[in-house]
Design a protein around this ligand. Structure first.
Ligand code: ADP
Length: 161
């Protein structure tokens, strides 16, 4: 069994994340999508909402398990018996942070390999912050996020008005 963990804040999940998850599922028997409870970026959505949005968007995909996690990533990876961490790369600007995280995680647990997947050109500009910004300004996000995420973004707009 080849198992991978795809960690992130998913605040909210976008089509760019879903693309990485689907591609990772072709390489691994099981992919744990691990939603970080308290990322350093202050999340706009609660951990429950971030998990629900992913579960609704990924309904029916048998190899994918969505969970929340708190604490050290390498410990979570070990607990679910995964051998790899999957991360997505968009622009050069992602590189510094990802490089530092990958080396730190390797230092903490040399058994765990970090695998980077290049974004699809359709999603190279797409980020959760961009989606939130568009939603707050009342723009259409239909082609940026899974259909099920729409109602959470409307709630966000209402909450902040
Ligand atoms: P984090 O706070 O851990 O960076 P994110 O939810 O922002 O969490 O992103 C999780 C992972 O998905 C990161 O590796 C990020 O680079 C990647 N990612 C985010 N958006 C895209 C996208 N449009 N295409 C490919 N990868 C992406």
């Amino acid at each position: 069994m080849k198992i991978a963990v795809y960690p992130g804040s998913f605040d909210p999940v976008t089509d760019g994340h879903i693309d990485i998850i689907d591609r990772a599922a072709k390489m691994f028997d099981t992919v744990y999508v691990a939603v970080i409870v308290n990322p350093s970026k202050l999340p706009a959505f609660s951990i429950e909402d971030r998990v629900s949005m992913l579960r609704e968007a990924l309904k029916g995909r048998k190899k994918i398990i969505v969970e929340s996690f708190d604490g050290l990533l390498v410990e979570y990876v070990d607990r679910v018996k995964a051998t790899a961490i999957v991360r997505g790369l968009r622009a050069v600007s992602d590189f510094d942070y990802e490089f530092q995280m990958a080396l730190t995680n390797r230092k903490l647990d040399p058994k765990v390999e970090t695998i980077f997947m290049m974004t699809d050109y359709r999603y190279s500009y797409l980020s959760s912050s961009l989606v939130k910004e568009i939603a707050r300004l009342g723009g259409k996000v239909g082609e940026l996020v899974p259909r099920t995420v729409g109602k959470y973004l409307s709630k966000l707009k209402e909450r902040e008005e």
